[in-house]
Write a new protein. Sequence first.
Length: 349
Amino acid sequence: MKTTPKIDFAVGGQAVIEGVMMRSPNSIVISARRPNQSIAVQEKFYQTLTQKYKIFNLPIIRGMLNLIEMMVIGSKAINFSASVSMDEVKPKKKTKKQSILQKMIEALMFVFSLVIALALSIFLFKFLPLWITTVIEKYSSTIKENYIIFNLIDGILKTFFFIMYIYILSLLPSFKRIFEYHGAEHKAVFTYEKGLDLTVKNAAKQSRFHPRCGTSFILIVFVISILVYTFIPRNPDFTRNLLVRLAFLPVIAGISYEYLKISARYADKAWTRIFVAPGLCMQRLTTREPDKSQLEVALHSLELALKKEQQLAKKKIANTKFKKTTKTGKASIHGNKSRQSKTQKRRVV
């Protein structure tokens, strides 16, 4: 595998079905293994809303938008990898034979899968913990009188359901494969961050536990939700209480995102390692040791993402040089015109 030059920016990714999606600041690359063992690739330049519109690049707001964008991007990546694993993706030709009806069906299927995923998440991690805590509250005067304890129990139940959910998924053979690709994604990112050549040999030596993993983000959301909900006025009605908590979820995600950014900036500090430790422990469930072929897919995806960043950098340099040349050309034209006018004036005199 060829050496890819180190570029100074953060990269991240997501495990998909038989593959890995990698994100660099300006691109998204999905690499997935076909049944015939070749690698299918979907790559594109991509700018987030915060990159396009500076007004959205504000603390908390950018985290809220990032959560929504990652859900959409992640769902699309999984859909692509699913079609690859079933050998449904054919080499793309620049034709427009796909009917409007097919596009509408694909869009509806995507929306449907997203809605189902959201509904399941809300039921498991919002409705059920709150409902159980509300039932327990009826039999305990201590919980009734102390809203912090109420929110603490709610948070503990969320964490418990999340751990059980991940554990059950880890027992399924198809999800074991995804968790192995998750480990491959982390190892590939570590290889890049350490400035090593992007080879399977170097990646295999790296840890499969990464402090910036999405698993850590979810646990941070659970902890911060306990603090935020404590400051929200108590509502005796269960439905209203649930709706208020759902309304504050984007804000909690935004705060969690900012915390994750700060922890990444001070990753070498002792206090950061303490707070990141629970997320790293959870990754013992969400990641598995990958094999060489899985590392190859993750590194392939990362290399292509980095190459796209290089392409964009070269294009920007070329555009800058072109603008400078244009300005110089205009200046010389104006200079020639002024010299010509002065010469003509002398001749007239």
